[in-house]
Design a binder for this molecule. Structure first.
Ligand code: DAH
Length: 339
């Protein structure tokens, strides 16, 4: 029986030596240490031994079992390392391979300029106000001192949703909201979309962007307006930029003006950007009309203020030398990625 056990051990160790995968080892474990192993079978014959022989053979069987288990562990360890090395070899990564180019997104030029404007006015102590794009006729016209038969109210110019509800045609509507919701001093700008019933061409679009500004306090004068806009123009177009005011008419301001900046390309001599003028018109402005103040609950005897409004597309187009407004809305990345 001893020889039988020794033979089992020798066979097991030989097979373990030859095994080359974890799966094979598992099969050997079942074969040699499981319930149906030759070792278990051999021990079933213990009954035929003498009482003196039994403990000796029992001990021997146990130590063979332990030896096989130990050899199994050692083989497992060796094969595990081999398999890991194989796996690492197979999964080797070549870090010198050039990476795939990933296209990077950019801000739309309109967003870029709008954010630049916001930064400039935030730096002067303004805050940013927003207003609804769907407005009532009151906020778009009446509260802005625009008479009932003013041409701007016509359906030719403004998109009406109902008799009284419309798509705002100017960001000046936000002035009224700002005055209704806040007590002076008020210092806000309000960039956003506006809508006009215009046919699309190189300089018109039924939707475009404006930025409104409003300052209300005691003792505000036209020189405050001029100082604010000069600082804005210098920061937006360059330190050498000058501004000029031309008299104009808006229903919601008195006096009113249009404001030009000296051409930032030729410095005022005249070139293709300023069409030989030396100046580029960028906005409308004026002192807030007493009627407008009164209708929004501000006493014009106590307070005064200035307001201005500018088209963002116009500034984007002059700054970047874009001649056709449609390019700004077509979302062609070949165009947009230039800015
Ligand atoms: N709302 C005017 C427009 O769309 C621009 C404007 C002019 C705004 C004068 C103002 C202002 O606040 O005072 O043409």
């Amino acid at each position: 029986m001893k020889e039988q056990l020794e033979a089992i051990k020798a066979q097991a160790l030989k097979e373990l030596e030859a095994a080359s995968s974890a799966a094979e080892l598992e099969q050997l474990r079942v074969n040699y240490l499981g319930k149906k192993s030759p070792l278990t079978a051999a021990l079933k014959n213990m009954g035929s031994l003498t009482p003196e022989e039994r403990p000796i053979v029992g001990q021997m069987a146990n130590s063979i079992k332990a030896e096989i288990a130990e050899a199994l562990d050692a083989a497992k360890e060796k094969i595990g390392q081999l398999e890991l090395a194989n796996k690492l070899e197979k999964e080797k990564i070549d870090v010198t391979l050039p990476s795939k180019k990933c296209a990077c997104g950019k801000l739309h030029p309109l967003t870029k300029i709008q954010r630049e404007m916001e930064e400039i006015f935030l730096g002067m102590g303004f805050s940013i106000a927003e207003g609804p794009e769907v407005e009532t006729e009151y906020y778009n016209f009446t509260a802005l001192n625009t008479p009932e038969f003013h041409p701007a109210r016509d359906v030719q110019d403004t998109f009406y949703i109902t008799d009284k509800v419309l798509l705002r045609s100017q960001t000046s509507t936000t002035q009224v909201h700002a005055m209704e919701e806040n007590k002076p001093p008020i210092r806000v700008i309000s960039p956003g979309r506006v809508y006009r019933s215009d046919a699309v061409d190189a300089t018109h679009s039924p939707m475009f962007h404006q930025c409104e500004g409003l300052v209300i306090d005691k003792g505000i004068t036209m020189s405050d307006l001029k100082g604010t806009l000069l600082l804005f123009a210098k920061q937006m177009f360059g330190e050498k930029t000058e501004i000029r005011f031309r008299p104009h008419h808006f229903p919601f301001t008195e006096p009113s003006c249009e404001v030009d900046v000296s051409c930032f390309v030729c410095g005022g001599k005249g070139c293709s950007v300023c069409k030989g003028e030396g100046w580029i018109e960028i906005l409308g402005a004026g002192m807030v009309h007493p009627n407008v103040l009164r209708m929004s609950g501000i006493d014009p005897e106590e307070y005064s203020g200035f307001a201005f409004g500018m088209g963002i597309e116009r500034i984007v187009m002059t700054k970047f030398g874009i001649s056709d407004m449609r390019l700004l809305y077509e979302n062609d990345v070949r165009f947009l990625s230039q800015f």
